[in-house]
Design a protein around this ligand. Structure first.
Ligand code: ADP
Ligand code: MG
Length: 729
């Protein structure tokens, strides 16, 4: 056994639980490190407080003078709570969060202290950010962007640093982060949904999108993780034979959590509570060493997105203390389930109504149906864009595999609501007779049970499922920033609601229909038009693939193919019309993602080549030499008769050679393919080549490496094995 593997195992087996200090009551510490309404009241003047609240709720601008007051209060509060530094915290298009720390005070050469945190520092900063992805819009001499305070997400303290959530924008005005388009989409859906709400309730003045995410992840001992170059550099295993026991017995799912893991979770949850992330549920997932975390309550989408990004930071940080490594990768291990991030999405009004929750009266239910059907129609019209928004090199391993929703987007609504939509489809064109109206209200709309949350027909194979009072986008990858899918969802539903309102108003005005008649008429057409997106069956089955093809639904299995929908004319127009992203902004994001895809596959190819040539083959040769020695020895003893006793060894010697040959051939060809891909004429073509002509070698090379793992003496094998990675604690 290699020293690295041996030491890693020894270290892991000798691990002691790390002590955790847990507060007696979680509620005592919840939000303690957040500059929330309570702490703002204490530290801000009334005027400053009111203008932050106004900015949070209505998006009003904060004057520079008031910003000075706010920064003073914020600084006071954070210093009282142990902060020495501050940073603008943002989410560039790298997928990770970024921060640049500055001290509150600085000592001048002459010994005087200067104050560095004023309104100016709060509101705007200029990080030296020339190497964040920018899709080529910033040339190097103009490579500057700035971060600007987002008052809708509260500042918080991490360790000794005050973190101020910000957007990140180029000097030329283009958004260079996830948050900016998200914020714009939230504003758009607020306007569009509120306008439609007014049909039902004039008191609604604001609508917000809500998000509740569920985060899956793997936890591996850090020594074991670091003993594998692939996990270390790519976050996943690129080879490794399956463990004899994996998840077949389903004995990990919801089983007892190992005490070391439990300690980690307790510690991490405490940290989350301090920064105001309301995490609570924890349970084992299907695969060994896989777990899930979800907040018990959903939040306004911008805050929820920030909280998910922050959560991932916290999880990584706390893991270090416990000698764990968190794997967020969508598929760290072949043969066992991968990880996703369910995005539960809904719309809520300032009158306290969840618009996707059926109500107790026919009118409330008509409102519910309006938002429900418009969402389905929006998904129908933009299914390819939704697929594109969840595409990544790592999520390609999951979508369409037997555990995650397929690459085909469809909507599941359950049998009860299917019946309701079937009835609505029969509504007469134009004016409705009084009898028909009564019948509709009492027997169709009025019959939607208030609580369909417990409907038994939950479909776990659907990428976009209605789950009683929200839609659940289940195909998002575990590494993804939720802002992307949320921006798309808000945008397409907003556009749909704007169209809906225009159509209803036109029927009222031109055809003199009553409001509810007009609504019924438009909804009926939407039900008909969006029918093909609805699917109640097994999304994992082959039959669905055939059926979906017949229906004309897209099935983009790989990222380069899927991403194209992000820059289709339709998408560019969608974002432009709604002022969510300009054409340049849409295109630069596409460019960045295409490049990232190619880079990820390139890196993985290099790692695989390196492991196979420098670890696997030399080990195989070593073992083969032992066998050869053995055969030579037997020949000495048995002479001509040696074959009788050396037969199996000789077969093994040959088999090893065959596998080595295939591996070498694979690597050589893969390297050639990489060269071709690197020299392609543009990023799009490079990505396509990496996908179609580089990646296929991964499986081929892996297959032979894994065969060698089975043949070679365990003592010699250099890489920590699946069994050890997944079951050693
Ligand atoms: P699971 O998928 O594990 O069965 P659920 O489907 O019950 O779990 O999802 C629970 C998640 O849904 C929680 O994270 C919760 O925050 C979220 N959620 C519940 N209601 C809403 C809502 N109105 N808007 C957004 N998210 C919601
Ligand atoms: Mg879920």
């Amino acid at each position: 056994m290699s020293t690295l593997r041996f030491n890693a195992l020894k270290e892991t087996l000798n691990r002691k639980n790390v002590e955790v200090n847990e507060p007696v009551r979680r509620s005592d510490i919840f939000g303690k490190n957040v500059f929330n309404k309570t702490s703002m009241r204490q530290h801000l003047t009334k005027q400053a407080y009111n203008s932050v609240i106004d900015a949070m709720e209505n998006g009003t601008k904060i004057s520079r003078e008031v910003a000075d007051h706010i920064s003073t209060g914020m600084k006071e509060w954070s210093i009282q709570n142990g902060a020495t530094h501050y940073t603008h915290w943002f989410q560039p298009l790298t997928g990770a969060t970024a921060e640049k720390h500055d001290a509150f005070f600085e000592l001048e050469m002459d010994g005087t202290v200067i104050e560095k945190f004023g309104g100016g520092q709060l509101v705007q900063q200029e990080p030296d950010a020339s190497s964040f992805p920018n899709g080529g819009i910033r040339n190097t001499f103009e490579a500057r962007g700035y971060t600007a305070w987002d008052p809708t997400s509260p500042a918080f303290i991490m360790g000794t640093t005050l973190c101020i959530p910000t957007v990140f924008v180029a000097y030329t005005g283009e958004a260079l982060d996830y948050k900016t388009p998200l914020l714009r989409s939230l504003q758009t859906i607020d306007q569009a949904a509120t306008a439609v709400c007014k049909y039902f309730d004039k008191n609604v003045t604001k609508t917000m999108a809500t998000l509740g995410w569920e985060q899956e992840y793997f936890l591996i001992d850090s020594a074991l993780a670091d003993s594998r170059p692939d996990i270390q550099l790519a976050g996943r295993t690129l080879l490794g034979h399956s463990s004899a026991k994996g998840q077949q017995l389903d004995d990990h799912y919801f089983g007892a959590i190992p005490s070391r893991v439990l300690n980690y979770m307790r510690d991490m949850e405490t940290e989350c509570m301090l920064v105001g992330i309301p995490v609570k549920t924890r349970h084992n997932e299907v695969a060994p060493n896989q777990f899930e975390l979800a907040p018990p309550i959903f939040e306004e989408a911008n805050l929820a997105v920030d909280h998910n990004s922050l959560l991932m930071d916290v999880m990584r940080k706390v893991a270090l203390r416990h000698n764990f490594k968190v794997l967020f990768h969508e598929k760290p291990f072949a043969g066992v389930n991968g990880s996703g991030k369910h995005n539960n999405w809904s719309l809520a009004t300032d009158t306290g109504v969840n618009l996707l929750s059926p109500g107790s009266t026919p009118m409330k239910n008509l409102q519910f149906l309006t938002f429900f059907i418009n969402t389905i129609k929006a998904v129908h019209d933009h299914e390819e864009l939704i697929r594109a928004t969840i595409a990544s090199a790592s999520n390609d391993h999951r979508l369409g595999a037997n555990e995650a929703p397929p690459a085909i987007i469809s909507v599941f609504i359950g049998s009860q609501l299917t019946k309701v939509l079937d009835e609505l489809e029969k509504v007469t064109d134009g004016k409705l007779s009084p009898e028909e109206k009564t019948d509709l209200k009492l027997n169709v709309v009025g019959k939607i049970p208030e609580v369909i949350l417990d409907n038994t027909d939950r479909n776990r194979t659907s990428p976009f499922a209605f789950t009683g009072n929200k839609f659940e986008l289940r195909a998002v990858g575990s590494t993804a920033n939720c802002a992307n899918p949320m921006t798309v969802l808000n945008a397409i539903v907003a556009q749909q609601l704007i169209e809906f309102k225009e159509e209803v108003d036109a029927l009222i005005k031109d055809k003199k229909l009553k409001k509810d008649e007009a609504i019924f008429n438009v909804l009926r057409e939407y039900i008909k038009k969006s029918k093909k997106i609805r699917f109640e069956g097994d999304g994992y089955g082959e039959a669905w693939e055939k059926e979906a093809k017949k229906r004309g639904l897209s099935n983009n299995k790989t990222t380069p193919g899927a991403l194209k929908a992000k820059v289709s004319k339709k998408t560019i127009k969608l974002f432009e019309d709604l002022n969510i992203m300009s054409k340049v902004e849409t295109e630069l994001r596409y460019e960045i993602e295409v490049e990232e895809y190619a880079l990820r596959i390139q890196i993985e190819g290099r790692i695989l080549g390196d492991i196979a040539r420098n670890h696997v083959i030399p080990t195989a040769v070593k073992y083969q030499n032992r066998l050869i020695e053995n055969v030579v020895g037997l020949k000495e003893i048995y002479g001509k008769e040696f074959k009788k006793v050396a037969k199996e060894q000789m077969i093994l010697i040959e088999e090893i050679s065959e596998h080595m040959e295939k591996i070498n051939k694979g690597i050589t060809e893969m390297t050639e393919a990489r060269k071709k891909a690197n020299n392609a004429k543009n990023a799009e073509e490079t990505a396509a080549l990496y996908c179609d002509s580089v990646k296929p070698y991964f499986d081929e090379i892996r297959y032979h490496c894994d065969k060698l793992e089975l043949l070679v003496d365990d003592e010699l094998w250099p890489l920590t094995k699946y069994r050890e990675l997944l079951f050693t604690r």
